[in-house]
Design a protein around this ligand. Structure first.
Ligand SMILES: CC(C)(COP(=O)(O)OP(=O)(O)OC[C@H]1O[C@@H](n2cnc3c(N)ncnc32)[C@H](O)[C@@H]1OP(=O)(O)O)[C@@H](O)C(=O)NCCC(=O)NCCS
Length: 224
């Protein structure tokens, strides 16, 4: 894996199921079509989220300062074929900040470390942003009859790294704890901490985490 993203990406667990649903339900109709390849109603989104097997699959998220999920990736893992299929989305208001790419990279790292041999993504041919991200992450993109098949042959030495994954998880944990701390400080009754500087401090802390990640990345890439 070439880089550690300067974005905290956390592994999601079954307790996040409602948050995942809220994120997907916030997506406007066109984004839902791009995400799922077809128009999809609220009820079908609810069924999709309820059906995610978080014991078998893996989900990743990027959260806002209030801990709401603003980006979610679902990595469906098929151990019988050794392949992983990825779908992801980011809230429209939070796009263009590297969250989509960070989720993609985190999924590649996880799948490679678990010994999966291939990662797939399917999207519509008009999804130029996703095609760009897939190519940027090294996936081979084939456009056919309005659909895109993007795939990456995973190689643990090229795309994996146990230490990098451990560091990514630690960074996500610190990010989450900081946000929890500020939310706690911002609770009703503690007015001074609930003001804008609190949010600014979270942004400063996040930049600090990103710098730490970059510094660690230099060390990791030399030693793994
Ligand atoms: C695809 C999606 C997840 C990207 O999220 P994001 O957080 O904006 O992604 P990033 O910020 O990491 O990267 C966006 C990239 O697209 C590029 N981009 C923006 N508009 C573009 C366009 N019209 N054509 C090509 N690339 C474009 C940006 O320059 C950026 O690339 P760069 O970082 O190399 O400069 C988001 O657009 C989304 O949720 N779309 C709807 C759901 C979807 O399509 N999911 C994919 C199918 S599974």
């Amino acid at each position: 894996m070439g880089t550690l993203p300067g974005v905290a990406v956390q592994k999601l667990n079954p307790r996040h199921r409602d948050d995942i649903a809220r994120h997907l339900l916030r997506l406007p109709a066109e984004d839902r079509r791009l995400r799922f390849g077809r128009a999809i109603r609220d009820q079908a989104i609810g069924e999709y989220v309820a059906g995610i097997d978080l014991g078998r699959d893996r989900a990743f998220g990027v959260s806002a300062p209030d801990l709401a999920l603003i980006g979610v990736a679902h990595l469906a893992l098929d151990r019988s074929t050794g392949s992983a299929e990825l779908g992801l989305s980011v809230d429209p208001a939070s796009r263009g900040r590297g969250y989509g790419y960070a989720l993609l990279q985190r999924a590649v790292l996880h799948a490679a470390n678990r010994g999966f041999r291939a990662l797939f993504m399917y999207c519509l041919a008009e999804n130029h942003i996703m095609i760009h991200l897939a190519r940027k992450a090294g996936l081979t993109v084939v456009v056919e009859r309005g659909e895109v098949d993007a795939r990456l042959a995973l190689d643990r030495s090229a795309h994996g790294g146990a230490l990098q994954e451990a560091i990514a998880d630690q960074i996500a944990l610190v990010d989450c704890l900081l946000k929890q701390q500020y939310l706690w400080l911002a609770r009703p009754g503690l007015k001074s901490a609930a003001t804008e500087p609190g949010i600014q401090e979270i942004a400063d802390e996040r930049r600090g985490i990103a710098r730490i990640a970059e510094a660690i990345e230099g060390k990791v890439s030399r030693h793994t």
